[in-house]
Design a protein around this ligand. Sequence first.
Ligand code: KG4
Ligand code: ZN
Length: 364
Amino acid sequence: MSSFKMLAVETSCDESAAAVVGADASGRIRLLSNIVSSQVELHARWGGVVPNLAAREHLKNLPLVIEQALQESALRPKDIDALAVTQGPGLIPALLVGTEFAKTLAYCWHKPLLGIHHIEGHIYANLIGSQKSSKIKFPALCLVVSGGHTQLVLMRDHFRYEIIGQTLDDAAGEAFDKVARILDIGYPGGPAVSAKAETANCKSEAPGGKITLPRPMLNKKGYDFSFSGLKTAVLYETKKLKEQLSAADYEKLIPEICREFQQAAIDVLVAKTIQAAEKHDPKTIMLAGGVSANKELRRQLGEAISVSMPDTCYLVPDTTLTGDNAAMIATAAALRWSKMTAHEKQIALDGWQNVRPDANLKLK
Ligand code: KG4
Ligand code: ZN
């Protein structure tokens, strides 16, 4: 295999990102630059991502992040062999900016362009870092937990995905975000809830005793999830406590509500992953998506795997790569590129116009 360089762009939600990876002749992929310009502060005052605002920001930020990604990798456009862009799923105004931008570059620089699935990127974030690309063994099972997705994905080989379980309603990250909103503890919700949960003091008890929340779907057959009932249970518990307690006493219980909510979500995520692993006997179990930043989830899933299936390799993405970024898109694209035939590469060069954004793109 000959060495090559891949530049990728990601704009599916509220991060404008560009990254460059290089593959050497042995197929080893190295991250050369990874630039993320976050819009979190802009959207915080709305309590969630506003699609048109996100698109406008991407338009402003993309030229800058791409230029910086090239500068940090010490490469020029002529040194880049192929381009990649997140094709979906995501917010359509945001995806449109990224794909149109990437297509313009493909046309002007005369480079092939690959459209990459956002979740595929999150999964392949697990391979970024020294020696990691050799670690993935198939079949592999991946628990994908992001703001828009909660899925158990079985992979029998690279780029072969079978979704064996998924959420029937809210995604795990969405539940964290909604709970943070109910408790009014900040945005984005996941980091806010987990930070509060860390400060929980097991001795603080509600007047009716310990706060306990349901573990939805835990005793149901199959590998599907449901988080909307759990979020509603937090809403009712919070309403009840606010009525029963002084404002100061209610405030003291917020960390305990966060801890119990987080634990309820983790209990279900870990139990379903282990059940699916017992059935499919994967050689590798991976965690992916924004919620994989959650320290407790990373630790407890790792512990459960080492108890139930100690021979299985457990991969988690580096904590700097759990959120949306272009390094994961570039890595997935580089691996795809390395497996493409000369004919397929020519199609990617001639067919850059065919990369169209799709808000509901399926992982297949
Ligand atoms: O993958 P991601 O960055 O964007 C999507 O593709 O959706 O995931 C974002 C989600 C948000 O819901 C955010 O609250 C959640 O990941 N998240 C966390 C943590 N950090 C981010 N959830 C739980 N614990 C965290 N530490
Ligand atoms: Zn994501």
